[in-house]
Design a protein around this ligand. Sequence first.
Ligand code: F6R
Length: 364
Amino acid sequence: EKGNHRHYMQKEIYEQPIVVAQTLQTYIRPFEQQVALPDMTFSFADVPRITIVACGTSFYAGMVAKYWLEQFARVPVELDIASEFRYRQPVLEPGGLALFISQSGETADTLAALRHAREQGQKVAVVVNVPTSSMAREADLLLPTHAGPEIGVASTKAFTCQLAVLAALAARVACEKGKLSEEEEKDIVLHLTEAPAAMNAALAHDPDIEAMAPLIAKARDVLYLGRGPDYPMAMEGALKLKEISYIHAEGYAAGEMKHGPIALIDDNVPVIVLAPSGPLFEKTVSNMQEVQARGGKVVLISDAEGLAQASEGTIATIEMPKVHPLIAPLVYAIPIQLLAYHVAVAKGTDVDQPRNLAKSVTVE
Ligand code: F6R
């Protein structure tokens, strides 16, 4: 079933261009170049606020979605991890939309949060990979990902499919709120349809990533830095690494380093910097240089343009195709997954079944 792959995780990483394309097919009308969502009983035009709730990797997908929804639809978005949401007495506006993201659709904390939101008069939308799951059954709006079964405990393809659905959702909400012209919507659709090919181009750099893995495998701590939507991607990269290689890792907003975490930097700490060229590039690079000045060993992940500008002093670089900022998270997911994968393989850990973890977390 793994085909010629050594682990399910590797197979699932490689499936991403196809399953993201499959997922996008159900959310895009190719001829009209419009985003299409399943039939709905309410309109996003009437939604004053969106509350996103999820756990783990699905939470990081939600965090990327917050950037998109606020940027495109100008709708205020709140974001919470499910185990905190119910207990902090969140203030939920009547008629608000609560959006739950879950690969399994069964995560106990997320399901409990969903029920709480419903009791508080929220409309409930879910992005799930299992269309028969509890969350799917309890939703007003079901937005399935079409990643297919995910066997590896570390979520990979479900995550990028979540991002694809969430990008389409953000565009749809923006249209209904009158914040996107037809041209702008077409533009978003066009960039989304470019994602699978760009993800393939990212996968082509697997040998470079495999080659540098032994370097990272020796580390005790690893930091990941990014700005904007690459900030949640930095946290996702750190989560992938810690859960399957057992190396301590943290993701930070690049600009936050100087407020504390930079004290951790010495020449034993690899720092993975996610910096696609674009409006946030210069700022991220100057944070990266602060790290280099303290002896931090930087691995820069960027496109050819970014690498040409900023590779100096790095210990390694990973080249990504140049993509529109909208789809950068879908593309930059690939090198962070592959890096975690190869580091875990180098360390000899159980990649598909990491210790202490379960695929579906049904306890609170
Ligand atoms: C990390 C991972 C977990 C899950 C989390 C939520 O690789 O897989 O962090 O993302 O347990 O699970 P779902 O998405 O099923 O609600």
